[in-house]
Design a protein around this ligand. Structure first.
Ligand code: ATP
Length: 137
């Protein structure tokens, strides 16, 4: 597929980076298929990150992700999943390449500015979690 899913996380929203992040995403060649500003309840955050529920940072992650507004978006580009992971950089901004979104805007490994799907399958699952069929046609 040529789609991926992203969220601008509460840290980057609170720090006023949403515009700059979207600008970098668009300039990198991604088309916005669907986008909304919304919030996750702690229960919804737990559902979204269910794969991590046995991890030691699960409570911290779901609390953080429900702590403020986020932007959720479905993006389109050839090779979208891999190219977007390259654009955002390593999970820990300390290890992220210069110029990547996480290097530029993330606070820490937990509060790391953006999410990017790790597979085509998860991109579809995650896009469907936030957007109805008519919003993502
Ligand atoms: P994402 O799925 O958000 O794109 P990722 O695939 O780079 O991130 P994962 O290992 O899947 O990273 O972790 C999911 C999210 O959990 C991370 O983006 C981060 O917000 C949080 N996280 C990961 N490791 C830690 C940690 N050691 N401490 C706190 N939070 C963490």
């Amino acid at each position: 597929s040529n789609r991926t899913f992203t969220m601008i996380k509460p840290d980057a929203m609170a720090d006023g980076h949403a515009g700059a992040i979207l600008d970098q995403i668009i300039k990198a060649g991604f088309k916005i298929v669907a986008m909304k500003q919304t919030r996750l309840s702690i229960e919804k955050a737990g559902e979204f990150y269910a794969v991590h529920k046995e991890r030691p940072f699960f409570g911290e992650l779901t609390e953080f992700m429900s702590s403020g507004p986020i932007v959720a978006a479905i993006l389109e580009k050839e090779n979208a999943v891999a190219d977007f992971r390259t654009l955002i950089g390593a999970t820990n901004p300390a290890n992220a390449e210069e110029g990547t979104i996480r290097k530029r805007f993330a606070r820490s490994v937990g509060e790391n500015a953006v999410h990017g799907s790790d597979s085509d399958e998860n991109a579809a699952i995650e896009g469907n979690f936030f957007f109805s069929a008519f919003e993502r046609f």
